[in-house]
Design a binder for this molecule. Structure first.
Ligand code: ATP
Length: 319
């Protein structure tokens, strides 16, 4: 029997709760004990740990956020902090730790594995910026949220004959803009992986305007450009009034959609089974339409690729 610690770390994502539920229930089903570590690595350093029973994860599969709470914990990046964490693990008899989060959280798990603890990472971030897995838990819910926002903004843009820049999350990864751009029918997307061309956007707006199009939706990945300056530039060159909406944290919350609930349950359950068999540092990923077990260190080294095919398709259909 193992005592399995579970923590959620870094930015939260819809589906974390579904994964926690799956891990706890599978662990108990297999004869292990599950312990919740609260507020990410901070809770490990500060000994915020409680046993999780079957009913402590009841009624959470559909809830956004994380019942365990999350944080960014600089103390854990230092050896002193990790030494405290190891003592806490030892005190509770926790021999395995499952970390739900993004690449930073996975690096923390790797540091823990370096001290002899068996760890397993489950990819939870709306950005879909981990290269070793096709999708991360929370990504498709965020894409749905952005798609819904595009629909609402398109309604009012059409009424007023306006252009609209919608800033979305993603930082170094353009997947949120790409997938939401396709599902929401955006005219242009700005992503870090593709070269920016103001002229291409302007020409597209002018072509649309000439054939009577009344809206122009542009998705901008955060951090690439100042959306208000860009709106001015577009307005000056097209004479189309252009507004800005920054979606912000709306994208991170909300009830997980069906695919995130299923993927979270799948990766959580398979993660517990993988930890029963494997030692060291592991990661679950969703690759080629199924849950797969990876070596955590190797998983972190896989470079994220951007789908040029989807990008070209978006360009073609938004001519
Ligand atoms: P998001 O995708 O939302 O940014 P993330 O998991 O990448 O999520 P980070 O803020 O990068 O989030 O990392 C979360 C936490 O993981 C940090 O606050 C820190 O406690 C731990 N961590 C990150 N890098 C390391 C490292 N190199 N060594 C030890 N711990 C780390």
């Amino acid at each position: 029997m193992s005592r399995i610690g579970i923590l959620t770390s870094g930015g939260d994502s819809p589906g974390m709760n579904a994964a926690i539920r799956s891990i706890v229930r599978t662990a108990i089903y297999c004869g292990h004990e599950a312990l919740g570590i609260y507020s990410g690595y901070q809770g490990l350093v500060d000994d915020e740990i409680r046993v999780l029973g079957l009913s402590s994860v009841a009624d959470i599969i559909h809830r956004g956020g994380t019942i365990l709470g999350t944080s960014r914990c600089p103390a854990f990046e230092k050896e002193e902090g990790r030494k405290k964490a190891l003592k806490v693990l030892d005190y509770h008899g926790i021999d395995k730790v499952i970390v739900l989060g993004g690449d930073g959280s996975f690096k923390g798990a790797l540091a823990l594995a370096g001290e002899g603890v068996d760890v397993l990472g489950i990819p939870c971030t709306i950005d879909n910026d981990l290269g070793y897995t096709d999708y991360t838990i929370g990504f498709f819910t965020a894409v749905e949220t952005i798609t819904e926002a595009i629909g609402r903004i398109r309604d009012t843009s059409s009424s007023h004959e306006r252009g609209h820049i919608i800033e979305v999350m993603g930082r170094t990864c353009g997947d949120l803009a790409l997938y939401a751009g396709i599902s929401g029918g955006a005219e242009s997307i700005l992503v870090p992986e593709e070269e920016f061309s103001l002229d291409r956007i302007v020409q597209k707006i002018l072509r649309g305007k000439n054939r009577g199009k009344r809206h122009h939706i542009i998705l901008l990945t955060e951090g690439l450009k100042d959306p208000y300056k860009l709106a001015n530039e577009i307005q000056n060159q097209t004479d189309v009034e252009t507004k800005v909406t920054i979606l912000g944290y709306v994208q991170r919350g909300g009830s997980p959609n069906i695919s995130d609930r299923i993927m979270a349950t799948n990766l959580g359950a398979q993660g517990v089974l993988a930890l029963e068999k494997g030692r060291g540092a592991l990661a679950m990923g969703f690759k080629n339409n199924r849950a797969q077990v990876f070596n955590l260190e190797e998983a972190l080294e896989v470079k994220k690729t951007f789908s040029k095919t989807l990008y070209q398709e978006l360009e073609m259909v938004s001519i």
